[in-house]
Write a protein that binds this ligand. Structure first.
Ligand SMILES: Nc1ncnc2c1ncn2[C@@H]1O[C@H](COP(=O)(O)OP(=O)(O)OP(=O)(O)O)[C@@H](O)[C@H]1O
Ligand SMILES: [Mg+2]
Length: 244
């Protein structure tokens, strides 16, 4: 079982859109996927038409007592299950404080054999939860939007990981890109120079991806041939190759 997180310190960079679309592509590829919505805003849960409630509360989950199959939901996407956003992130963070590393991975132990891939959709912050995330996953997928500020947050993330002594692989990729703009092209090139581990697929700024909120489905479910959908398929192929 592999575990990936869509992670960035910055908000609104396409973490949730990418988590949902990559999960859907992995399913199309025959993988059994669990998407864990760790963001109390519950956008992933909304996109996949699940109710954002964890029966018994997140406390039971952290203590490992709840049967996970009671809280995991099916989605409209074949092969894709969802662990919905639990109660507020503060409760989650409090419960995770002073816990040993890799707690998130160990919390999922009971369903270890049921999934090939677990994808975490993370809230935009550096917090206790972040420590748990980086110590649990096989790689951080970091969406970078083509602005200089967004690139700086990538450097901040690198410093954070260095300070925390974490060697979790970081795989940035560019999203919300507009190839016609010079600044965008320069930033894409610059990322290639400074981040050899970057994923080379660029996700375009695409209106179909924006429509996910209306359709409440991954983009390949309602616009499979659009540029955004094809880009996520290519990005997934790149990731799958790295995961082996
Ligand atoms: N490739 C894209 N093309 C067009 N719109 C996009 C694209 N990716 C994301 N969006 C839109 O940008 C907004 C932010 O995206 P998203 O919610 O995925 O970001 P996020 O990083 O998860 O945000 P947050 O930090 O608040 O959780 C949403 O309205 C989404 O529909
Ligand atoms: Mg989000």
């Amino acid at each position: 079982m592999k575990m990936l997180a869509l992670y960035s310190i910055k908000g609104g960079v396409g973490k949730t859109a990418s988590a949902v679309n990559l999960a859907a592509e992995a399913c199309r590829d025959g993988r059994r996927v669990l998407l864990w919505d760790l963001d109390p805003q519950a956008a992933t849960t909304f996109y996949l038409r699940a109710k954002p409630k964890v029966r018994g509360g997140v406390g039971k989950l952290v203590k490992g007592k709840a049967a996970l199959d009671k809280v995991i939901r099916n989605t409209g996407v074949e092969g894709l299950d969802l662990l919905p956003a639990a109660i507020g992130s503060r409760a989650m963070e409090q419960l995770l404080e002073d816990r040993k590393p890799s707690r998130l991975r160990r919390m999922l132990q009971p369903v270890h054999d049921d999934y090939d891939l677990i994808i975490l959709d993370c809230p935009p912050s550096l917090s206790t939860l972040a420590e748990q995330i980086v110590s649990s996953v096989d790689a951080l997928l970091v969406p970078v939007i083509p602005t200089t500020l967004s690139q700086r947050t990538l450097d901040q993330l690198r410093h954070y990981l260095d300070d925390a002594n974490q060697d979790c692989p970081v795989w940035p990729f560019v999203t919300l890109a507009d190839r016609r703009r010079k600044l965008h092209r320069e930033i894409v090139d610059d990322l290639g120079e400074h981040w050899p581990t970057r994923l080379s697929t660029t996700i375009p700024n695409a209106s179909a991806i924006e429509r996910m909120g209306l359709e409440r489905a991954p983009v390949n479910a309602f616009a499979p041939r659009c540029a955004g959908s094809r880009a996520y398929a290519a990005l997934w192929r790149e990731i799958a190759q790295r995961l082996g």
